[in-house]
Design a protein around this ligand. Sequence first.
Ligand SMILES: N[C@@H](CCC(=O)N[C@@H](CS)C(=O)NCC(=O)O)C(=O)O
Length: 273
Amino acid sequence: MAAERDDRMSTPVLLYHYPLSPCCDKVRLALAEKGIAWQETMVDLASKANLAPDYLALNPKGYVPTLRWGEELLVESTAILDYIQAACPLPSLVPEAPREVAAMRLWLKHVDEVLHPAWPGLAWPIAVRPRWLDRSPDEIEAMLAALLDPARRDRQRRLLKEGFGSPDTQTSFRVLAATLDQLEKALERRAWLAGDSFSLADIALLPYVQIASFYGIEAWMLEGRPRVGDWFARCRARPSWQKGTEIHLPPERLEGIHRASAELQQFLAASAT
Ligand SMILES: N[C@@H](CCC(=O)N[C@@H](CS)C(=O)NCC(=O)O)C(=O)O
């Protein structure tokens, strides 16, 4: 075991990431849980640095995160979690019981296939739109033209234009609420999402709850969901929390986010009436 630990410490690890990206938080949390040190390169999503040719050569879909692990170049956050667990088995982030492994996989699948695809409807009007509001329609179209996936391009165009009023935001809240209900139910039976130990399932869900809380909707999320509140508090108490979720942004970006969060509160209040 000692040799394995030494290897891990000597492999250079470089994370291409950006704050307030749940997929990046997943990787940061896993690295922090394993005690792996890493270097970082910030990829500024709001200025579309993720679509620059140099970055697309690393991550052809233009997403963060990308992880360089020694000679290996890794993309897709869930695949990166698997890689980290396989490369550094201890402390394990996979439960032992086969049925708990299956439960963990179902959570990872839910995040990849349901929760994350709906996320931009909540995140874009808060974290990206404020920085694009002063750009001309031509500038915006030129930026969007770099996106090869037409569905992704149309969604981003809609969110930049309509903000919280877009149908994507409605979907996002519906999916987030349903996911939180599922979490509450799972936590009736287990201490953590996939069993009695903290696992990749908790790592995959935690960033969404954490970032939504940063956007000012913690009270909305936790109302009537005491077990989720308790789980969130236990996650925050872990040593990985600080390094896994830290948010470094310049003050003007934070101001934009806070203004948009206030708009979000109004949107939620109006939707409740
Ligand atoms: N399936 C990918 C999704 C990654 C993803 O959506 N990353 C977002 C940040 S959380 C991103 O890079 N968005 C930039 C964009 O869509 O332009 C993964 O799990 O790594």
